[in-house]
Design a protein. Structure first.
Length: 238
């Protein structure tokens, strides 16, 4: 009876090499599928936020959620547009819709591709836990999306106070516009944006990223020009 023949060392090495080659070919494809899925989920997030904002506005005579519970809707810097709740004065921006019941799912408030500390759901679990992540000065809840961020300069009211003020092509909600280290879809580079007509789209713009990179750090307080320049670029992109 013939004895079964095993693999030789050369045959084993060839098999391992083929497997490694196949893995190398598959990994980029799998990564691309993951990135595409994250973009779809992100677009779904901003679309759901937009539906909730429209319902809120219809119940409040067309008024968009303010940053605070006061008629003053001015921002001290663009990044105040990502606040959901602040320890000093309570709900802000989209946070008002949690109180009203128009927005009840916290997962739609966080981009799946943005894992920066302070901008993920796990930073505030059990939701809604106020927290002060490492490197942040204030306690509260931050989102990975900006709500109604358009403003000309510090201390003046936001450009869009009601749905009537919001032109169809203008941005109402977008992924964070912060710094080169804090960009949601850096591989594109791109941003999910929701416009005044309720449409959500993914905008790829190297020009927008270049503006952020050349702004001298964070696109924040004292840097409204560059921040609005990024919004202009995203609004005008095909």
């Amino acid at each position: 009876m013939a004895r079964a023949r095993g693999f030789t060392l050369i045959e084993l090495l060839v098999a391992i090499s083929i497997i490694a080659l196949l893995i190398g070919l598959l990994l980029p494809a799998l990564a691309g599928i993951r990135v595409a899925a994250q973009r779809v989920k992100c677009l779904s997030n901003v679309h759901q936020q937009g539906i909730a904002v429209l319902a809120f506005a219809q119940d409040h005579k067309g008024r968009l959620p303010h940053i605070r519970h006061t008629p003053d809707d001015s921002l001290n810097n663009p990044h105040e547009a990502y606040w959901w709740h602040h320890h000093r004065d309570g709900p802000r921006n989209l946070g008002h819709m949690w109180e009203s019941g128009h927005l009840t799912e916290p997962r739609v408030l966080y981009c799946p591709s943005f894992n920066t500390v302070g901008f993920t759901l796990k930073d505030y679990e059990p939701w809604p836990k106020l927290a002060r992540p490492p490197g942040f000065g204030d306690t509260g809840i931050r989102l990975s999306y900006y709500f109604n961020p358009r403003q000309e300069r510090r201390g003046v009211p936001r450009t869009y106070q009601t749905m009537r003020d919001l032109e169809p092509g203008r941005i109402l909600i977008t992924d964070v516009i912060h710094s080169p280290e804090a960009t949601s879809h850096i591989e594109a580079p791109g941003w999910s944006v929701l416009s005044g007509d309720g449409s959500a789209r993914f905008v790829i713009s190297q020009e927008a990223l270049d503006t952020i990179m050349h702004a001298g750090g964070q696109v924040a307080s004292g840097n409204w020009f560059h921040f609005n320049q990024v919004l202009d670029t995203l609004e005008q992109a095909d």
